[in-house]
Design a protein. Sequence first.
Length: 404
Amino acid sequence: MSALLTGRRIAILATDGVEGIELTEPHRALEEAGATVELLAPQAGSIQSMDHQEKRESLPVDRRVSEADPGDYDGLVLPGGVMNADKLRVNPTTICGSDLHILKGDVPAVTDGRILGHEGVGVVDEVGDAVIGFKVGDRVIISCISSCGKCENCKKSMYSHCLNGGGWILGHLIDGTHAEYVRIPFGDNSLYPVPYGADEEALVMISDILPTGFEIGVLNGHVQPGDTIAIVGAGPVGLSALITAQLYSPAKLIMIDLEDARLEVAKQLGATHTVNSSSPDAVDQVMAVGDGIGVNVALEAVGIPPTLELCQAIVVPGGHIANVGVHGKPVQLDMEKLWIHNITLTTGLVDTRTIPMLLKMVVSGKLRPQQLITHHFSLDQVEAAYDTFGNAAKEKALKVIITA
């Protein structure tokens, strides 16, 4: 081990700054083995977590590698001293609704200077010392969730709560994919090979929105054949839930949204009924489709109080409410009404455990998430991409693709 580390420079991410941070025992062991260990403070990023007004006015692009100059360090050490990060050239990537929530201040863990983004396809440019499953030049899908694969939670397939420094960290706690290069921790467990000839823009949807809609919406909601399903929010995640819910043959699929244009897209993707939630009788319309009693499963895919409150109003006794949206404010839970109705309410951060299955279905053509792509931008047009995605109703935008 000493021979392997002698003379090497090892970077340790100190995402909240280096002042007052001390090396831990695993890091001291690296020094004793002959490596030079340095604390690495985050630099100003390409899409920065700034003052909320500044975020909307300026989204500068930084062409550096996320977290570290690739030529300077032999390994990237995450908590616990694990040298298992791959460096990727990102192309293409996309913007997620979670990125917009960050810009609105709904995710306070994101610090100033953070490069956003947690989705994409890329090419392996460097391989960490501990990575054995990938080589330079491999094309890979980036999971939005990083997983050590070894801790108690990962062994339960709850990768979103990896105990060894993984989980949702890309574009959140470490720099993300809205850059030319990105470091992917736990490369062996956080990347998936791109099948030969696959549509890579479609595969970008597998990074996050497709497994999120499926796992947190459809699976958590226990969608069953013959069910009546309501999905509140016809954005990319809600439409992903619509696409994957059809794998379970529900009898009725109701899409609810404020925008008629998105409701029309939902019809094209398989919705049997649509309801504009701005209508004064929106709840009555849903109840009528649900045979006067409501829906078996209500999926919330927006992340604001009125949409979760709507789910509470339309679910049948014994039904499921599956919250998928990212909430930044408290929501009223009407327990005085719900307690007697045997309602199951679930929440969750995607684990991406279904990526292998979804990948096979996308490659075979059984699922076609590329239908959600509406706009294309280059990396130097990232501000325009954010403006378009942030004004989705006006621009009729769903998913935007950004290429380097």
